[in-house]
Structure formats: structure tokens, C-alpha cells
Design a protein around this ligand. Structure first.
Ligand SMILES: NC(=O)c1ccc[n+]([C@@H]2O[C@H](COP(=O)([O-])OP(=O)(O)OC[C@H]3O[C@@H](n4cnc5c(N)ncnc54)[C@H](OP(=O)(O)O)[C@@H]3O)[C@@H](O)[C@H]2O)c1
Length: 234
């Protein structure tokens, strides 16, 4: 039987990396990419036992050229993508008065426009019973001071996801939106402020729930997933 295929953006760290491992362990072939060559190489080394099933590229999700290169390669290898996980994400915190235009653009380009580029490039490979998972946030439903660019990108992603879901219904492709609260990953390393990392969710546990929600059911579309740390907002 031909193996299923998952395309996961940003699979070199955090929640995406845990999902890459889960798919591989389940016998699914994985294509992933991220912008840092060293992270891509580290992932390849760490998962070398799965080298037959894992394809890793260096690529920036906000670059149309990189996405065109990656999707051309995916189309050479595979006729169908069973799972598309739009996971790449970035953030910079600042009050609106201080946000640099380049940081604003970067966050929107990676978290929102990049999802459009990758999804559009994969459309012909997304067929009956394929699933798209888009990684939103608590910041897809609530605003927080200093988080305006990130909130704008994630609120925008939610709108994109809801429209995508309706467009994909006739093709019987399911579209899932995950709104995730604070999870202890590298995304917090460079964010100004004091964060209680011990109160955050564990990335493997979050990945596990997401993985089960998209792989274990067929007659159910999990339209929305909302995951929060037991103690609430950090
Ligand atoms: N952790 C949380 O508390 C939390 C909460 C809600 C939602 N989320 C969302 O969950 C997703 C995963 O985040 P995480 O927490 O696991 O963070 P993470 O550990 O920092 O992982 C982010 C991944 O995205 C990749 N990435 C960043 N910029 C990219 C670009 N321009 N092109 C391609 N890949 C890029 C990173 O690799 P490179 O650096 O090599 O590019 C990395 O592999 C994100 O969409 C994030 O917004 C996280």
C-alpha cells in the first residue's frame, strides 16, 4: 500500500517538530522545511532512522520563489498530499508606537501570507479525504497589548481558514483551525517579557492532540480546536 504523505511547514522546532516525529512513527512520509539551514540539518541528523520517509528543505514560507521550488519537488515525488500542516510561525513584541514596519511585515508575511502561498501551491495535491491544519492561537480570538502584529496575523489566518474550509468542502478536503494557548517552545525565547514557562503546555502533548484530531477520524471534521494551559492565560 502506498504510504500517506504529510507536508508540514516549520517542522524543525517546537510543535511542528513533534508532529513530524508522530507522522513518521505512524508510517507517513513527511516533507518539511524551515528558513534556517542549521535547523534543517539538525532535524535530518536527529531523524536519520527515518531518512527514507523524511524530506527536508531549507525554505522561507514567505518567499513565493522558495514555495514554488518546494511544491515543484513535492509534485515530482507525490500525487497526493494527505495532510498539510501550516505550522511555521514567528513573533516580535512591541507596543504599536514602537513596532518597526519591517517586523510588522515579517510577521504578516510568515504567519498569514506564507500560509496562502503554501496552501495555494498544494491545492492540486489536496484531494478527497486530505486534511489541512492551520495553526492559530489564543491570539486568533483575543487581543493583547504589544501583540498587535501577531494578533493581526492570527485573526487574519482564522478568516482565511474559514473561507478555505468552505472552498474545500466540495472536494471533501477537511480544514481544521487550532487555537493554541501558551506552549513551551523556542518561539518564546526572543519575546520581551517574563514568561512562566513552567505554566505553559508541553509541545509534545499539544502535538499529540492535533495529530489525533486530524488522523484518527474520517466522518468528523474538527472545525476548531482550542487548547489552553490548565491555569489559563500566562
Ligand atoms: N508556542 C506557543 O505558545 C504557540 C501558541 C499558539 C500558537 N503557536 C503557533 O504554533 C506554530 C508553531 O510554533 P512553535 O511554538 O512550535 O514555535 P517554534 O518552536 O519557534 O517553531 C516555529 C517553526 O517555524 C519555522 N519558521 C519560522 N519562520 C519561518 C519562515 N519564514 N519560513 C519557514 N519556516 C519558518 C521555524 O524554523 P526557522 O526558524 O528555521 O525558520 C520553526 O521550525 C506557530 O504558527 C505559532 O504561531 C504557538
Amino acid at each position: 500500500m502506498t504510504k500517506k504523505v504529510a507536508v508540514i511547514s516549520g517542522g524543525t522546532s517546537g510543535i511542528g517538530k513533534k508532529m513530524v516525529s508522530m507522522f513518521l512513527k505512524a508510517g507517513v512520509k513527511v516533507v518539511t522545511f524551515s528558513s534556517s539551514k542549521s535547523k534543517v540539518n539538525l532535524l535530518k541528523r536527529e531523524l536519520r532512522e527515518y531518512s527514507e520517509d523524511l524530506i527536508c528543505y531549507q525554505g522561507d514560507v514567505s518567499s513565493q520563489r522558495d514555495i514554488a521550488r518546494i511544491s515543484t519537488n513535492v509534485k515530482k515525488h507525490f500525487k497526493k498530499v494527505n495532510y498539510l500542516v501550516n505550522n511555521s510561525g514567528t513573533n516580535v513584541l512591541n507596543p504599536i508606537s514602537k513596532i518597526k514596519a519591517k517586523d510588522w511585515k515579517r510577521i504578516i508575511d510568515v504567519n498569514l501570507t506564507g500560509v496562502f502561498y503554501l496552501t495555494q501551491s498544494m491545492l492540486t495535491l489536496l484531494k478527497k479525504d486530505s486534511v489541512i491544519l492551520n495553526m492559530g492561537s489564543l491570539a486568533s480570538r483575543s487581543g493583547f497589548p504589544n501583540w498587535s502584529a501577531y494578533c493581526a496575523s492570527k485573526f487574519g489566518l482564522k478568516g482565511f481558514t474559514e473561507a478555505l474550509r468552505e472552498e474545500m468542502r466540495p472536494k471533501q478536503v477537511r480544514v481544521v483551525h487550532a487555537e493554541i494557548g501558551a506552549t513551551d517552545t523556542a518561539i518564546w525565547n526572543n519575546l520581551d517579557g517574563k514568561w512562566d514557562r513552567s505554566g505553559m503546555m508541553n509541545d509534545a502533548e499539544v502535538a499529540h492532540i492535533l495529530f489525533d484530531s486530524i488522523t484518527k477520524v474520517k466522518s468528523v471534521n474538527v472545525d476548531e480546536i482550542f487548547l489552553m494551559p490548565p491555569n489559563g492565560i500566562i
